[in-house]
Write a protein of this length. Structure first.
Length: 447
Protein backbone atom coordinates (compact mmCIF):
# COMPACT_ATOMS: atom_id res chain seq x y z
CA UNK A 1 0.00 0.00 0.00
CA UNK A 2 2.82 2.43 0.88
CA UNK A 3 4.38 1.78 -2.52
CA UNK A 4 1.05 2.63 -4.17
CA UNK A 5 0.81 5.90 -2.21
CA UNK A 6 4.38 6.78 -3.12
CA UNK A 7 3.71 6.19 -6.81
CA UNK A 8 0.51 8.23 -6.76
CA UNK A 9 2.09 11.11 -4.86
CA UNK A 10 5.02 11.20 -7.27
CA UNK A 11 2.69 12.71 -9.87
CA UNK A 12 2.82 16.51 -9.86
CA UNK A 13 -0.91 16.83 -10.64
CA UNK A 14 -3.27 15.65 -7.92
CA UNK A 15 -6.47 17.24 -9.17
CA UNK A 16 -8.40 14.00 -8.64
CA UNK A 17 -9.02 12.06 -5.45
CA UNK A 18 -5.98 10.38 -3.93
CA UNK A 19 -8.26 7.62 -2.63
CA UNK A 20 -9.64 7.08 -6.13
CA UNK A 21 -6.17 6.81 -7.61
CA UNK A 22 -5.05 4.31 -4.99
CA UNK A 23 -8.18 2.21 -5.43
CA UNK A 24 -7.75 2.17 -9.18
CA UNK A 25 -4.09 1.22 -8.83
CA UNK A 26 -4.97 -1.70 -6.57
CA UNK A 27 -8.00 -2.81 -8.58
CA UNK A 28 -7.34 -6.07 -10.44
CA UNK A 29 -10.97 -6.73 -11.32
CA UNK A 30 -10.35 -6.33 -15.04
CA UNK A 31 -8.30 -9.51 -14.94
CA UNK A 32 -11.65 -11.30 -14.55
CA UNK A 33 -14.50 -11.81 -16.96
CA UNK A 34 -18.01 -11.48 -15.63
CA UNK A 35 -18.66 -15.11 -16.60
CA UNK A 36 -15.70 -16.23 -14.48
CA UNK A 37 -16.82 -14.17 -11.52
CA UNK A 38 -20.32 -15.67 -11.75
CA UNK A 39 -18.92 -19.19 -11.92
CA UNK A 40 -16.86 -18.49 -8.79
CA UNK A 41 -19.80 -16.85 -6.98
CA UNK A 42 -18.13 -13.47 -6.38
CA UNK A 43 -21.13 -11.13 -6.28
CA UNK A 44 -19.15 -8.03 -5.26
CA UNK A 45 -16.77 -8.56 -8.17
CA UNK A 46 -19.70 -9.08 -10.54
CA UNK A 47 -21.25 -5.81 -9.42
CA UNK A 48 -17.94 -4.00 -9.91
CA UNK A 49 -17.50 -5.42 -13.41
CA UNK A 50 -21.10 -4.52 -14.18
CA UNK A 51 -20.47 -0.85 -13.34
CA UNK A 52 -17.49 -0.90 -15.71
CA UNK A 53 -19.64 -2.14 -18.58
CA UNK A 54 -18.01 -5.55 -18.87
CA UNK A 55 -19.87 -7.90 -21.20
CA UNK A 56 -21.06 -11.36 -20.24
CA UNK A 57 -22.69 -14.35 -21.90
CA UNK A 58 -25.40 -16.80 -20.97
CA UNK A 59 -22.65 -18.83 -19.30
CA UNK A 60 -22.82 -16.43 -16.35
CA UNK A 61 -26.27 -17.59 -15.25
CA UNK A 62 -25.65 -21.15 -16.40
CA UNK A 63 -22.55 -21.57 -14.24
CA UNK A 64 -23.93 -19.66 -11.27
CA UNK A 65 -26.88 -22.06 -11.25
CA UNK A 66 -24.69 -25.12 -11.72
CA UNK A 67 -22.42 -24.16 -8.83
CA UNK A 68 -25.23 -23.22 -6.46
CA UNK A 69 -24.60 -19.47 -6.26
CA UNK A 70 -28.23 -18.50 -5.67
CA UNK A 71 -27.54 -14.86 -4.76
CA UNK A 72 -25.49 -14.40 -7.93
CA UNK A 73 -28.17 -16.05 -10.03
CA UNK A 74 -30.92 -13.76 -8.75
CA UNK A 75 -28.77 -10.63 -9.12
CA UNK A 76 -27.85 -11.49 -12.72
CA UNK A 77 -31.49 -12.18 -13.51
CA UNK A 78 -32.53 -8.78 -12.13
CA UNK A 79 -29.69 -6.59 -13.42
CA UNK A 80 -28.37 -8.22 -16.58
CA UNK A 81 -29.87 -9.19 -19.94
CA UNK A 82 -27.28 -11.74 -21.10
CA UNK A 83 -29.78 -14.56 -20.87
CA UNK A 84 -29.26 -18.20 -19.99
CA UNK A 85 -29.67 -21.61 -21.57
CA UNK A 86 -31.07 -25.03 -20.74
CA UNK A 87 -27.70 -25.79 -19.18
CA UNK A 88 -28.64 -23.65 -16.17
CA UNK A 89 -31.36 -26.03 -14.97
CA UNK A 90 -29.50 -29.09 -16.26
CA UNK A 91 -26.42 -28.06 -14.27
CA UNK A 92 -28.35 -27.19 -11.13
CA UNK A 93 -30.10 -30.57 -11.28
CA UNK A 94 -26.79 -32.33 -11.80
CA UNK A 95 -25.38 -30.63 -8.71
CA UNK A 96 -28.44 -31.28 -6.54
CA UNK A 97 -29.53 -27.65 -6.09
CA UNK A 98 -33.30 -28.12 -5.82
CA UNK A 99 -34.13 -24.54 -4.78
CA UNK A 100 -32.31 -23.22 -7.83
CA UNK A 101 -34.08 -25.70 -10.11
CA UNK A 102 -37.42 -24.56 -8.67
CA UNK A 103 -36.50 -20.88 -9.00
CA UNK A 104 -35.42 -21.31 -12.64
CA UNK A 105 -38.67 -23.14 -13.32
CA UNK A 106 -40.68 -20.21 -11.93
CA UNK A 107 -38.63 -17.23 -13.14
CA UNK A 108 -36.90 -18.29 -16.36
CA UNK A 109 -38.22 -19.73 -19.61
CA UNK A 110 -35.22 -21.67 -20.93
CA UNK A 111 -36.30 -24.91 -19.26
CA UNK A 112 -34.05 -27.95 -19.32
CA UNK A 113 -33.39 -31.14 -21.27
CA UNK A 114 -33.57 -34.82 -20.41
CA UNK A 115 -29.99 -34.38 -19.23
CA UNK A 116 -31.40 -32.81 -16.06
CA UNK A 117 -32.89 -36.12 -14.92
CA UNK A 118 -30.04 -38.16 -16.36
CA UNK A 119 -27.40 -36.18 -14.48
CA UNK A 120 -29.41 -36.02 -11.28
CA UNK A 121 -29.69 -39.80 -11.41
CA UNK A 122 -25.98 -40.18 -12.11
CA UNK A 123 -25.15 -38.16 -9.01
CA UNK A 124 -27.71 -39.77 -6.71
CA UNK A 125 -30.04 -36.79 -6.27
CA UNK A 126 -33.40 -38.48 -5.67
CA UNK A 127 -35.10 -35.28 -4.49
CA UNK A 128 -34.27 -33.66 -7.83
CA UNK A 129 -35.61 -36.63 -9.77
CA UNK A 130 -38.87 -36.61 -7.84
CA UNK A 131 -39.41 -32.90 -8.45
CA UNK A 132 -38.51 -33.03 -12.17
CA UNK A 133 -40.74 -36.04 -12.62
CA UNK A 134 -43.70 -34.16 -11.15
CA UNK A 135 -43.20 -30.65 -12.56
CA UNK A 136 -41.26 -30.98 -15.83
CA UNK A 137 -42.04 -32.82 -19.06
CA UNK A 138 -38.59 -33.30 -20.60
CA UNK A 139 -38.23 -36.77 -19.13
CA UNK A 140 -35.06 -38.82 -19.06
CA UNK A 141 -33.19 -41.34 -21.20
CA UNK A 142 -31.71 -44.77 -20.63
CA UNK A 143 -28.59 -42.94 -19.51
CA UNK A 144 -30.34 -42.15 -16.22
CA UNK A 145 -30.54 -45.74 -15.00
CA UNK A 146 -27.25 -46.66 -16.66
CA UNK A 147 -25.44 -43.86 -14.84
CA UNK A 148 -27.19 -44.50 -11.53
CA UNK A 149 -26.12 -48.13 -11.72
CA UNK A 150 -22.58 -47.09 -12.57
CA UNK A 151 -22.48 -44.91 -9.48
CA UNK A 152 -23.90 -47.59 -7.20
CA UNK A 153 -27.09 -45.61 -6.47
CA UNK A 154 -29.46 -48.54 -6.03
CA UNK A 155 -32.24 -46.39 -4.56
CA UNK A 156 -32.17 -44.30 -7.75
CA UNK A 157 -32.23 -47.40 -9.95
CA UNK A 158 -35.24 -48.72 -8.03
CA UNK A 159 -37.06 -45.38 -8.20
CA UNK A 160 -36.50 -45.07 -11.97
CA UNK A 161 -37.66 -48.62 -12.49
CA UNK A 162 -40.87 -47.91 -10.58
CA UNK A 163 -41.68 -44.38 -11.81
CA UNK A 164 -40.14 -44.08 -15.28
CA UNK A 165 -40.34 -46.18 -18.44
CA UNK A 166 -37.06 -45.30 -20.20
CA UNK A 167 -35.37 -48.40 -18.83
CA UNK A 168 -31.67 -48.99 -19.28
CA UNK A 169 -29.15 -50.72 -21.55
CA UNK A 170 -26.48 -53.34 -21.02
CA UNK A 171 -24.32 -50.45 -19.85
CA UNK A 172 -26.12 -50.57 -16.52
CA UNK A 173 -24.83 -54.01 -15.56
CA UNK A 174 -21.51 -53.50 -17.35
CA UNK A 175 -20.73 -50.30 -15.44
CA UNK A 176 -22.08 -51.51 -12.12
CA UNK A 177 -19.71 -54.45 -12.42
CA UNK A 178 -16.85 -52.22 -13.52
CA UNK A 179 -17.19 -50.15 -10.37
CA UNK A 180 -17.65 -53.08 -8.02
CA UNK A 181 -21.31 -52.45 -7.14
CA UNK A 182 -22.34 -56.07 -6.72
CA UNK A 183 -25.58 -55.19 -4.95
CA UNK A 184 -26.69 -53.18 -8.00
CA UNK A 185 -25.56 -55.95 -10.34
CA UNK A 186 -27.66 -58.50 -8.47
CA UNK A 187 -30.73 -56.24 -8.48
CA UNK A 188 -30.50 -55.59 -12.23
CA UNK A 189 -30.07 -59.30 -12.88
CA UNK A 190 -33.25 -60.03 -10.91
CA UNK A 191 -35.46 -57.11 -11.99
CA UNK A 192 -34.34 -56.09 -15.49
CA UNK A 193 -34.04 -58.01 -18.76
CA UNK A 194 -31.36 -56.02 -20.59
CA UNK A 195 -28.54 -58.17 -19.29
CA UNK A 196 -24.91 -57.28 -19.79
CA UNK A 197 -22.13 -57.74 -22.35
CA UNK A 198 -18.59 -59.07 -22.30
CA UNK A 199 -17.61 -55.64 -20.99
CA UNK A 200 -19.03 -56.55 -17.58
CA UNK A 201 -16.35 -59.15 -16.95
CA UNK A 202 -13.66 -57.28 -18.91
CA UNK A 203 -14.17 -54.12 -16.86
CA UNK A 204 -14.45 -56.01 -13.58
CA UNK A 205 -11.02 -57.45 -14.32
CA UNK A 206 -9.70 -54.04 -15.31
CA UNK A 207 -10.80 -52.62 -11.95
CA UNK A 208 -9.74 -55.71 -9.97
CA UNK A 209 -13.18 -56.69 -8.65
CA UNK A 210 -12.71 -60.43 -8.14
CA UNK A 211 -15.96 -60.73 -6.18
CA UNK A 212 -17.84 -59.38 -9.21
CA UNK A 213 -16.07 -61.84 -11.50
CA UNK A 214 -17.05 -64.73 -9.28
CA UNK A 215 -20.69 -63.64 -9.29
CA UNK A 216 -20.76 -63.13 -13.07
CA UNK A 217 -19.24 -66.56 -13.55
CA UNK A 218 -22.01 -68.13 -11.46
CA UNK A 219 -24.99 -66.19 -12.82
CA UNK A 220 -24.23 -64.86 -16.32
CA UNK A 221 -23.16 -66.41 -19.62
CA UNK A 222 -21.72 -63.47 -21.57
CA UNK A 223 -18.11 -64.40 -20.69
CA UNK A 224 -15.24 -62.05 -21.56
CA UNK A 225 -12.68 -61.36 -24.27
CA UNK A 226 -8.93 -61.99 -24.43
CA UNK A 227 -8.46 -58.47 -23.10
CA UNK A 228 -9.49 -59.70 -19.65
CA UNK A 229 -6.45 -61.93 -19.27
CA UNK A 230 -4.13 -59.25 -20.60
CA UNK A 231 -5.55 -56.71 -18.14
CA UNK A 232 -5.11 -59.08 -15.21
CA UNK A 233 -1.48 -59.69 -16.18
CA UNK A 234 -0.82 -55.98 -16.72
CA UNK A 235 -2.24 -55.25 -13.27
CA UNK A 236 -0.10 -58.02 -11.73
CA UNK A 237 -3.14 -59.80 -10.29
CA UNK A 238 -2.16 -63.45 -10.08
CA UNK A 239 -5.39 -64.25 -8.24
CA UNK A 240 -7.47 -62.97 -11.15
CA UNK A 241 -5.24 -64.71 -13.70
CA UNK A 242 -5.76 -67.94 -11.79
CA UNK A 243 -9.53 -67.39 -11.71
CA UNK A 244 -9.70 -66.77 -15.47
CA UNK A 245 -7.49 -69.73 -16.33
CA UNK A 246 -9.17 -72.13 -13.91
CA UNK A 247 -12.65 -71.30 -15.18
CA UNK A 248 -12.04 -71.43 -18.91
CA UNK A 249 -11.85 -67.70 -19.59
CA UNK A 250 -8.26 -67.60 -20.82
CA UNK A 251 -8.27 -68.94 -24.36
CA UNK A 252 -5.14 -66.93 -25.16
CA UNK A 253 -3.25 -68.16 -22.11
CA UNK A 254 -1.60 -70.91 -24.17
CA UNK A 255 -0.33 -68.41 -26.73
CA UNK A 256 0.04 -64.75 -25.81
CA UNK A 257 -0.13 -65.25 -22.05
CA UNK A 258 3.63 -65.69 -21.58
CA UNK A 259 4.32 -62.74 -23.86
CA UNK A 260 2.11 -60.48 -21.75
CA UNK A 261 3.67 -61.76 -18.53
CA UNK A 262 7.12 -61.04 -19.96
CA UNK A 263 6.05 -57.66 -21.35
CA UNK A 264 4.81 -56.55 -17.93
CA UNK A 265 7.77 -58.18 -16.14
CA UNK A 266 5.65 -60.30 -13.81
CA UNK A 267 7.72 -63.31 -12.83
CA UNK A 268 5.03 -64.87 -10.62
CA UNK A 269 2.41 -64.87 -13.37
CA UNK A 270 4.98 -66.05 -15.91
CA UNK A 271 5.91 -69.01 -13.71
CA UNK A 272 2.23 -69.78 -13.11
CA UNK A 273 1.46 -69.87 -16.83
CA UNK A 274 4.44 -72.00 -17.85
CA UNK A 275 3.61 -74.47 -15.08
CA UNK A 276 0.02 -74.74 -16.26
CA UNK A 277 0.33 -74.76 -20.07
CA UNK A 278 2.58 -76.04 -22.83
CA UNK A 279 4.07 -73.34 -25.07
CA UNK A 280 5.71 -73.54 -28.46
CA UNK A 281 9.18 -72.09 -29.05
CA UNK A 282 7.55 -69.33 -31.11
CA UNK A 283 5.88 -67.83 -28.06
CA UNK A 284 8.95 -68.33 -25.89
CA UNK A 285 10.93 -66.37 -28.50
CA UNK A 286 8.60 -63.38 -28.48
CA UNK A 287 8.47 -63.56 -24.69
CA UNK A 288 12.27 -63.39 -24.65
CA UNK A 289 12.15 -60.28 -26.81
CA UNK A 290 9.61 -58.63 -24.49
CA UNK A 291 11.43 -59.57 -21.28
CA UNK A 292 14.72 -58.28 -22.68
CA UNK A 293 13.15 -54.93 -23.58
CA UNK A 294 11.76 -54.37 -20.07
CA UNK A 295 14.80 -55.73 -18.24
CA UNK A 296 13.23 -58.73 -16.51
CA UNK A 297 16.38 -60.74 -15.88
CA UNK A 298 14.61 -63.60 -14.09
CA UNK A 299 12.31 -64.27 -17.04
CA UNK A 300 15.15 -63.83 -19.54
CA UNK A 301 17.27 -66.34 -17.61
CA UNK A 302 14.47 -68.90 -17.58
CA UNK A 303 13.85 -68.52 -21.30
CA UNK A 304 17.50 -68.68 -22.33
CA UNK A 305 17.68 -72.22 -21.00
CA UNK A 306 14.91 -73.16 -23.42
CA UNK A 307 15.27 -70.92 -26.48
CA UNK A 308 18.12 -71.12 -28.99
CA UNK A 309 19.53 -67.90 -30.49
CA UNK A 310 17.51 -67.04 -33.56
CA UNK A 311 17.17 -63.27 -33.66
CA UNK A 312 19.01 -60.06 -32.84
CA UNK A 313 15.83 -58.53 -31.43
CA UNK A 314 16.34 -59.48 -27.74
CA UNK A 315 19.78 -57.88 -27.43
CA UNK A 316 18.87 -54.95 -29.65
CA UNK A 317 15.84 -54.25 -27.45
CA UNK A 318 17.77 -54.65 -24.20
CA UNK A 319 20.47 -52.27 -25.42
CA UNK A 320 17.98 -49.69 -26.67
CA UNK A 321 16.43 -49.60 -23.18
CA UNK A 322 19.73 -49.51 -21.31
CA UNK A 323 19.68 -52.97 -19.73
CA UNK A 324 23.38 -53.81 -19.57
CA UNK A 325 22.82 -56.81 -17.30
CA UNK A 326 20.44 -58.32 -19.86
CA UNK A 327 22.88 -57.63 -22.70
CA UNK A 328 25.67 -59.40 -20.81
CA UNK A 329 23.44 -62.36 -20.04
CA UNK A 330 22.33 -62.67 -23.67
CA UNK A 331 25.96 -62.46 -24.76
CA UNK A 332 26.80 -65.33 -22.39
CA UNK A 333 24.25 -67.45 -24.27
CA UNK A 334 25.68 -66.37 -27.65
CA UNK A 335 22.65 -64.29 -28.53
CA UNK A 336 23.49 -62.02 -31.50
CA UNK A 337 22.83 -58.32 -31.94
CA UNK A 338 22.80 -55.81 -34.79
CA UNK A 339 23.84 -52.21 -35.27
CA UNK A 340 20.51 -51.23 -33.71
CA UNK A 341 21.91 -52.19 -30.31
CA UNK A 342 24.73 -49.66 -30.60
CA UNK A 343 22.41 -47.03 -32.05
CA UNK A 344 20.04 -47.36 -29.11
CA UNK A 345 22.77 -47.38 -26.47
CA UNK A 346 24.38 -44.31 -28.05
CA UNK A 347 21.09 -42.43 -28.09
CA UNK A 348 20.71 -43.14 -24.37
CA UNK A 349 24.24 -42.08 -23.56
CA UNK A 350 24.97 -45.37 -21.80
CA UNK A 351 28.76 -45.37 -21.84
CA UNK A 352 29.26 -48.77 -20.20
CA UNK A 353 26.84 -50.40 -22.60
CA UNK A 354 28.43 -48.79 -25.64
CA UNK A 355 31.85 -49.94 -24.38
CA UNK A 356 30.59 -53.51 -23.98
CA UNK A 357 29.06 -53.63 -27.45
CA UNK A 358 32.20 -52.27 -29.09
CA UNK A 359 34.60 -54.53 -27.21
CA UNK A 360 32.67 -57.76 -26.70
CA UNK A 361 30.27 -57.81 -29.64
CA UNK A 362 32.57 -56.05 -32.11
CA UNK A 363 29.70 -53.93 -33.32
CA UNK A 364 30.69 -51.55 -36.10
CA UNK A 365 30.22 -47.85 -35.41
CA UNK A 366 27.38 -46.49 -37.54
CA UNK A 367 26.55 -43.01 -38.71
CA UNK A 368 23.32 -43.26 -36.73
CA UNK A 369 25.21 -43.97 -33.50
CA UNK A 370 27.40 -40.92 -34.08
CA UNK A 371 24.41 -38.76 -34.92
CA UNK A 372 22.45 -39.82 -31.82
CA UNK A 373 25.37 -39.33 -29.44
CA UNK A 374 26.13 -35.89 -30.90
CA UNK A 375 22.55 -34.68 -31.11
CA UNK A 376 21.70 -35.68 -27.53
CA UNK A 377 24.92 -34.26 -26.09
CA UNK A 378 26.54 -37.51 -24.93
CA UNK A 379 30.13 -36.30 -25.07
CA UNK A 380 31.88 -39.31 -23.52
CA UNK A 381 29.96 -41.75 -25.70
CA UNK A 382 30.86 -39.75 -28.78
CA UNK A 383 34.55 -39.73 -27.84
CA UNK A 384 34.44 -43.51 -27.43
CA UNK A 385 32.76 -44.00 -30.79
CA UNK A 386 35.35 -41.79 -32.48
CA UNK A 387 38.11 -44.01 -31.12
CA UNK A 388 36.69 -46.88 -33.15
CA UNK A 389 36.70 -45.18 -36.55
CA UNK A 390 39.66 -43.99 -38.65
CA UNK A 391 41.00 -40.53 -37.76
CA UNK A 392 40.49 -39.26 -41.31
CA UNK A 393 36.83 -40.30 -41.48
CA UNK A 394 34.50 -37.38 -42.09
CA UNK A 395 31.70 -37.04 -39.57
CA UNK A 396 28.10 -37.18 -40.87
CA UNK A 397 26.63 -33.73 -41.41
CA UNK A 398 23.63 -34.61 -39.28
CA UNK A 399 25.84 -35.32 -36.26
CA UNK A 400 27.63 -31.97 -36.35
CA UNK A 401 24.59 -29.95 -37.29
CA UNK A 402 22.47 -31.71 -34.68
CA UNK A 403 24.98 -30.88 -31.94
CA UNK A 404 25.02 -27.24 -33.02
CA UNK A 405 21.24 -27.05 -33.25
CA UNK A 406 20.91 -28.36 -29.68
CA UNK A 407 23.61 -26.13 -28.25
CA UNK A 408 26.21 -28.80 -27.41
CA UNK A 409 29.33 -26.63 -27.70
CA UNK A 410 31.72 -29.27 -26.36
CA UNK A 411 30.71 -31.69 -29.10
CA UNK A 412 30.88 -28.99 -31.77
CA UNK A 413 34.46 -28.31 -30.68
CA UNK A 414 35.34 -32.01 -30.89
CA UNK A 415 33.91 -32.45 -34.38
CA UNK A 416 34.86 -29.10 -35.91
CA UNK A 417 37.85 -30.40 -37.88
CA UNK A 418 36.05 -33.43 -39.28
CA UNK A 419 33.19 -31.77 -41.14
CA UNK A 420 32.72 -30.04 -44.47
CA UNK A 421 32.42 -26.30 -45.03
CA UNK A 422 28.78 -26.73 -46.01
CA UNK A 423 28.09 -28.57 -42.79
CA UNK A 424 29.64 -25.71 -40.80
CA UNK A 425 27.49 -23.17 -42.64
CA UNK A 426 24.31 -25.09 -41.87
CA UNK A 427 25.39 -25.67 -38.27
CA UNK A 428 25.86 -21.93 -37.82
CA UNK A 429 22.41 -21.30 -39.23
CA UNK A 430 20.78 -23.87 -36.92
CA UNK A 431 22.60 -22.61 -33.82
CA UNK A 432 21.55 -19.05 -34.63
CA UNK A 433 17.92 -20.04 -35.16
CA UNK A 434 17.81 -21.82 -31.79
CA UNK A 435 19.51 -19.03 -29.86
CA UNK A 436 22.71 -20.85 -28.87
CA UNK A 437 24.98 -17.80 -28.73
CA UNK A 438 28.05 -19.63 -27.42
CA UNK A 439 27.93 -22.07 -30.34
CA UNK A 440 27.39 -19.23 -32.83
CA UNK A 441 30.34 -17.30 -31.42
CA UNK A 442 32.62 -20.34 -31.67
CA UNK A 443 31.59 -21.24 -35.22
CA UNK A 444 32.04 -17.67 -36.42
CA UNK A 445 35.53 -17.62 -34.94
CA UNK A 446 36.64 -20.66 -36.95
CA UNK A 447 34.51 -20.30 -40.08
Amino acid sequence: MLTCVHLVCSFKRLDISLTYLINEFLDNSMEWTLDEAAEAGYLHLIQLLHTKGVDATENAIDMAATNGHFNVLKWLHQHRSDGASVYAMDGAASSGHLKIVQWLHEHRSEGCTEAAMDLAAANGHLHILEWLHEYRKEGASTAAMDAAASGGHLHIVEWLNHHRNEGCTTNAMDLAGANGHLHVLKWLHSHRSEGCSILAMNLAVRHCHLHVLEWLHQHRSERCSAQALRSAIELHRLDIVDFLCSNGYASDATSWGVFWAAQYADQSIFEYLVSKYEYSSKYFQIALEAASAVGSIAIVSWLLDRVKPSSTVPMDAAAAHGHLDIVKLLHKYDQPCSELALNGASAQGNLDLVQFLLNEKQVVVTTTALEKAAMYGHTEVLKLLLQHIPQETMIPNAAFQGAAAHGHLCIVEILIHRVSTLSMTNALRYATANGHGNVVEFLESVH
